[in-house]
Design a binder for this molecule. Sequence first.
Ligand SMILES: Cc1cc2nc3c(=O)[nH]c(=O)nc-3n(C[C@H](O)[C@H](O)[C@H](O)COP(=O)(O)OP(=O)(O)OC[C@H]3O[C@@H](n4cnc5c(N)ncnc54)[C@H](O)[C@@H]3O)c2cc1C
Length: 454
Amino acid sequence: MKLLIIGGSDAGISAALRARELDHDAEVTVLLADDFPNYSICGLPFYLSGETPDWRSLAHRTEFEGIGIRRGHRATHINTAEKTVNVSSEGAASLTFRYDKLVIGTGAGPVEPPIEGWRNPGVFLLHTMQDSFAVHRYLETAKPRRAVIVGAGYIGLEMADALTHRGIEVTIASRTATVLPTVDAEFGKSVSEELQRHGVKVHTSVEVDRIAKAGGQLHVSGSSHFEQDCEMALIAVGVKPNATLGADAGLDTGIRGALVVNRKMESKLPDIYVAGDCAETFHRLLNRHTYLPLGTTAHKQGRVAAENALGGNREFAGSLGTQVVKIFDLVIARTGLRHHEAQRESFHPFAAESTANDHKAYYPGATHLRTRVTGNAETGRLLGAQIMGRWGTEVSKRLDIFATALFHGMSVDQISDLDLSYTPPLSSPWDPVQMACQNWSGKVDMIAAQKVHV
Ligand SMILES: Cc1cc2nc3c(=O)[nH]c(=O)nc-3n(C[C@H](O)[C@H](O)[C@H](O)COP(=O)(O)OP(=O)(O)OC[C@H]3O[C@@H](n4cnc5c(N)ncnc54)[C@H](O)[C@@H]3O)c2cc1C
């Protein structure tokens, strides 16, 4: 059995490793356009900040026993009738690879913005290892003093932290009304304060439309009278699926141009599976597909695709959009739906925020954790949660309690029944997660009681 995988990052390598585990006789080959199989592009901001000085340490693994890794092999055409893939590789004539089963994991690329001058030297996009080398080289040789980051999503903000770490003055310009628009504005405001506390200038509701080269520097301009000189600009305004190869082979494209798959990660064509950022993502709560490009999801989908390609019968359980980011000393995490998202889906949401110490106040170092819980006010079912706190307050693992509860369709109330661990330096007899749920339930009960009295 020839299993051919196009893409050597999270989805592709995860598929290859699972295939290797399941069938030692299968011939597993991974084609990757670049030279960096299984590198953690999630780690790029930390390489560029200097905190992880050697890019080689970003490799999740370097040994791929029993897997044919073909670096620098770009798939150019899939012939579904012949079951072959044409490949271009530097220094070689056009190559052809045969497959019995094919997994496409070609990932995503950065959105190229409608900004005049974004291809000027000193302006960067960041998605691949090569992108990071270009940024690194520029940082080392041009030694920019000031940088403008266009976009205030998690990559833009991680890079604001990274460049500040290197002593560069950073200005953020974002078209959104608050930074980190994937969480509620109340949290976005605090993230903005954290950025400013570290010297980052934050401009929101700004549409950057031009980056001009002026003498030895760049001039970035946009709406709301935004004008900023700098020596470097980084554009991080979202990603788009690399779906052309699959689409040209006859696969359907759907949400945001991603390749359409079912929960087994099967495409509409026989023996062709798709996984990772190039594919649509099944959302567990919405019970339909959406587009949520994340490393965590790509790993799971790759594994499911390989299992089914080898004759298995596994379904991708679904994403909840669970994610976390650290910006300077602040950690912000979310899972599930926010109030307005739940409302859009006709869920009858109610959201409540509460604040609690991350551990007992009598033990040194206690700090506030803010938790926003969204639940269905009619059924009591948990719909989503967001947590923000200082680094070291276990924000992400606490958020994962909510993610687990969502996975199992639990009510907000049931979370109080969970037997969670406690010792004073780390939590309270009621964990802040449970206190937030009790606060939510209390408010919902109060509103219901008021309605009865009216
Ligand atoms: C800076 C940054 C930080 C991030 N941080 C996080 C994080 O903290 N948490 C998180 O969950 N996610 C994070 N992500 C997102 C995460 O990295 C992606 O969701 C994940 O890498 C997707 O994996 P993938 O395998 O689908 O695609 P990609 O990682 O995009 O890889 C695509 C692969 O396909 C290959 N390829 C493409 N076209 C061809 C072709 N025609 N022929 C052969 N090979 C081809 C490429 O060479 C590459 O190997 C981050 C992303 C970035 C850029």
